[in-house]
Ligand binder design. Structure first.
Ligand code: AMP
Length: 368
């Protein structure tokens, strides 16, 4: 197979892990990003968008293009697509970039979501509270991540401060979902329309940031597993999606409710590096290069992931645990910043939980 040159818009940890996972399949990487010092430094050339003829040079340096973020400029993607294939397509990107578009799209495919209302004025917010009932979550329709751009309205007196903190942006008011836990399903599709789905992950968040993922999800009914697989398969096929797609879900007594999707590899899939036969990063590379997809099943019965947030912590203590794997992203320490993660593999749920417990300092302290 000839060398395939992959262009990545962005040069963060997701690009880094794609390049690390894909290089052995005879692929090379070019990053399109302003930052010359990044997690992707030394993994390939970086072209700065502000440099002369940047787009033309990027296009000439690559065979296929992908991106790291759902906030990637869709105009740029459409422009690049005229010359070189860009996966996932602008359609997957546009549907994921805007919470109102995304939720309406889910509903059009029969994928259940929280009730929601568009909010552009304070009067519309008061109306949304009246029709959805309290509590509600007010969110910006664009650019929110890790709980940013959100305000919880529990009672009427929260309306004013929520409005003040988010006004002058297009907003969505969502009914608060009473969930038992948060799950995600990650899948990959290639141009031959082959699909592989990873086992569902259970995700613990704190302050809007993912802290821990556990795989498989304990005591999840067959019906709910099938529901998640149906949701992601519908989305992949309807979008004609190429690459990895992630769907975040709330597990409720009434069934699974979709929160949002990401047209990319996802933090809740990092466990797959050591935990699955083929990790999400390699499968994304395989998909966009039109290669056969790899097996997504677990290597051992259980897997998990603990995010390293804010501070690097005691790396050596993690490396001393045989079933734990330390991954640093080459990023500087900063409060609430994701700078690495630790993967865990285990032969049972109790063994998994024991190792995760040993990593508790990372969960408690790093982000504080
Ligand atoms: P998001 O940016 O939409 O992923 O939201 C960040 C976090 O806020 C989610 O992981 C949930 O913990 C919580 N959240 C978001 N939307 C809702 C909702 N409609 N009901 C309850 N919790 C929510």
């Amino acid at each position: 197979m000839a060398v395939q040159r992959i262009g990545i818009i962005g040069s963060g940890q997701l690009g880094r892990m794609m390049a690390l996972a894909g290089t052995h399949l005879n692929t090379e990487y070019v990053f399109f990003d302003e930052a010359l010092s990044s997690p992707c430094t030394n993994l390939g050339k970086t072209i700065q968008p502000s440099s002369e003829n940047a787009i033309q040079r990027f296009l000439e340096s690559v065979d296929v293009i992908t991106y790291e973020s759902e906030n990637t400029d869709a105009e740029l993607v459409s422009q690049l697509t005229k010359i070189k294939p860009v996966y996932p397509s602008a359609q997957s990107l546009l549907k994921s970039q805007h919470r109102l578009t995304e939720k309406s799209y889910f509903q059009s495919l029969g994928i259940q979501t929280a009730d929601f209302k568009k909010v552009e004025t304070k009067e519309e917010l008061t109306e949304a509270v009246a029709s959805l009932g309290l509590p509600i979550i007010l969110k910006t329709t664009r650019e929110g991540y890790d709980g940013k751009g959100q305000a919880l309205i529990r009672e009427s007196s929260d309306i004013e401060p929520a409005w003040e903190s988010l006004k002058n942006q297009e907003l969505i008011a969502e009914a608060f979902v009473t969930f038992t836990r948060e799950l995600s399903v990650i899948a990959v599709r290639n141009p031959k329309k082959d699909i592989k789905i990873y086992p569902l992950a259970e995700n613990d968040h704190s302050q809007g940031i993912l802290r821990v993922s556990r795989i498989p999800v304990e005591n999840l009914s067959i019906e709910k597993q099938q529901q998640a697989n149906e949701f992601i398969t519908k989305l992949l096929n309807d979008l004609d999606h190429i690459g990895v797609l992630t769907l975040e879900l709330f597990d409720t007594e009434q069934g699974l409710i979709a929160n949002e999707m990401a047209p990319r590899v996802h933090n809740s899939g990092h466990w797959s590096i050591e935990g699955a036969n083929t990790c999400q990063f390699e499968n994304h590379v395989r998909a966009i290069c039109n290669m056969p997809l790899g097996d997504t099943s677990l290597r051992q019965p259980n897997a998990g992931m603990v995010n390293i947030i804010g501070r690097h912590g005691n790396q050596a203590s993690v490396m001393a645990i045989p079933s734990a794997f330390y991954h640093a992203y080459g990023k500087a320490e900063r409060l609430n910043r994701k700078i690495g993660h630790i993967n865990v593999v285990a032969n049972s749920t109790s063994e998994l939980n024991k190792t995760i417990q040993a990593l508790q300092p990372f969960i408690d302290e790093c982000g504080e």
